[in-house]
Design a protein around this ligand. Structure first.
Ligand SMILES: Nc1nc2c(ncn2[C@@H]2O[C@H](COP(=O)(O)OP(=O)(O)OP(=O)(O)O)[C@@H](O)[C@H]2O)c(=O)[nH]1
Ligand SMILES: [Mg+2]
Length: 194
């Protein structure tokens, strides 16, 4: 897809702050620092629309981005960051659960995992949580540029097996450095927009 416009619409916590209207929506989930914001920027050809940081835990709210006036991307705060207090973690959990279970515009969750390592326990929990609520999932196995191409398929297999990926869900090898997987990601999202 050619991206002509991309803008942040709102940083929301509660449902009454979510954008109105019926545009299809795709949310990004994944471990803190795994590369969710970088994924959004690469998909949109923007250097820094979604804030990237070397410090984990940067994204704290649900950040809604409007793309080409036809869809929303939602950048979700990452999980698994050790230095987060229990009350912050609980608030995060509530915010995500409310969003996932109430947002009818949500077409699929893009679950970002690190291709270099097997999905973490938290990644597996998140995948199971999404499946429990019947949400379609697109696994984005990112940072592919950090391992040799010869190892890609082996790591993809480990990722699929660790998640026990369901047949209806897809997995896409990705790199925010090189743009690997970008066209495929747009095309899989497109199949949810018909
Ligand atoms: N080499 C390489 N580095 C990446 C890639 N994706 C992300 N990074 C780096 O990983 C770090 C974290 O990226 P972010 O996009 O901020 O991660 P995030 O998941 O949004 O993090 P939080 O918002 O804190 O949850 C940054 O230093 C990025 O430059 C990738 O595909 N390849
Ligand atoms: Mg982020």
């Amino acid at each position: 897809m050619k991206v002509n416009s991309a803008e942040i619409v709102i940083s929301a916590v509660r449902p009454n702050q979510y954008p109105e209207g019926n545009l299809p929506e795709f949310a990004l989930a994944g471990r803190s620092n795994v590369g969710k914001s970088s994924f959004i920027n690469k998909m949109l050809n923007r250097k820094a629309l979604a804030r990237i940081s070397s410090k984990p835990g940067k994204t704290q709210t649900l950040n809604f981005y409007l793309i080409n006036e036809i869809l929303h991307f939602v950048d979700v705060p990452g999980y698994g960051y050790a230095k987060v207090s229990k009350s912050e973690r609980d608030a995060w959990g509530k915010m995500i659960e409310t969003y996932i279970t109430s947002r009818e515009q949500l077409k699929a969750v893009l679950l970002i995992v690190d291709l270099r390592h097997p999905p973490s326990k938290d990644d597996v929990l998140m995948y199971d949580f999404l499946k429990h609520y019947g949400i379609p999932v697109i696994i984005i196995a990112t940072k592919a540029d950090k391992i040799p191409k010869s190892k890609w398929q082996k790591h993809m297999k480990i990722t699929k097996e660790t998640l026990e990926l369901k047949a209806e869900d897809s997995i896409i090898l990705f790199s925010s450095e090189t743009g690997e997987g970008k066209d495929k990601a747009w095309s899989v999202m497109g199949s949810f927009m018909k």
